[in-house]
Design a protein around this ligand. Structure first.
Ligand code: GLP
Length: 241
């Protein structure tokens, strides 16, 4: 594992964006695994800026997002599809047909999970997966559980995650209680993983995930089993390691 510590959130964002840019420059038809949340916003802004200045071309890139709330339509402002369009896709040139996100409105959850695993396989697997981390160690929406998850599945969100994500909704009851997410095995099958962490509230879970036991109770601890993980964090998030 590589650890890159930066002074600020902006510097963390630039470093992680540089790793992604290097991937796309070296392999223009890369499949990028993408994340939502507050943490990647700065990364996405850098990629947009570098695309606009002519430094990165995404015309052959394919993207697969980690997760999506079940029950939200793509034009719901809280859906991850909406988030991705607003914060990244509207500013870069990944062709629309190359952008993949689980369908929150799918009628048959099992069929949607199988379809999404097939999408990832047809993209040739994930070259680089960008991750944030939940306060309870979740990656994507893989919540603490008795066993590590495998492929895409539909999951019940924990109270901790609903609490954390309620800041984006008008009221807590509006937060969907279920979501689609790539499994931990899917994430570990990415060739390269970059996890970003910012702020003091992530310090404890970063220590547990990267230096504690490898346990499904801390889903991100599975990353210790991967051969190419880069943790990019600001001083506050890395303060306990
Ligand atoms: C959500 C997402 C995760 C993300 C996490 C942390 O639950 N499903 O993919 O990593 O939030 O978000 P933030 O970066 O806002 O702390």
């Amino acid at each position: 594992m590589r650890i890159i510590q930066t002074d600020t959130y902006q510097a963390m964002s630039r470093k992680a964006a540089a790793v992604i840019a290097a991937q796309v420059i070296a392999k223009p038809d890369s499949t990028l695994g993408l994340a939502t949340g507050d943490s990647p916003l700065g990364v996405y802004q850098c990629l947009i800026d570098w695309h606009k200045s002519g430094d990165i071309d995404f015309s052959q890139v394919k993207t697969v997002n980690l997760d999506e709330y079940r029950g939200l339509s793509p034009d719901d402002e809280q859906s991850y599809r909406f988030f991705m369009y607003k914060n990244l896709f509207s500013g870069i040139n990944v062709p629309a047909e190359n952008r993949h996100i689980p369908d929150g409105l799918a009628g048959d959850p099992a069929a949607e999970c199988a379809r999404y695993d097939d999408v990832i396989a047809r993209c040739g697997g994930i070259d680089l997966q960008l991750l944030g981390i939940g306060n309870n160690g979740h990656i994507g929406f893989n919540e603490p559980a008795d066993a590590f998850t495998k492929g895409t599945h539909c999951v019940g969100l924990t109270d901790s995650t609903i609490d954390a994500n309620s800041r984006f909704f008008a009221k807590r009851e509006d937060v969907p209680v279920r979501a689609y997410t790539m499994g931990v095995r899917t994430i570990l099958s990415a060739r390269k993983i970059v996890l970003i962490a910012t702020g003091e509230r992530k310090a404890q879970i970063i220590k547990q995930a990267f230096f504690g036991d490898i346990t499904p109770l801390v889903p991100a601890s599975a990353l210790q089993l991967h051969g190419d993980v880069t943790l990019v964090g600001d001083k506050a998030a890395l303060s306990l390691i």
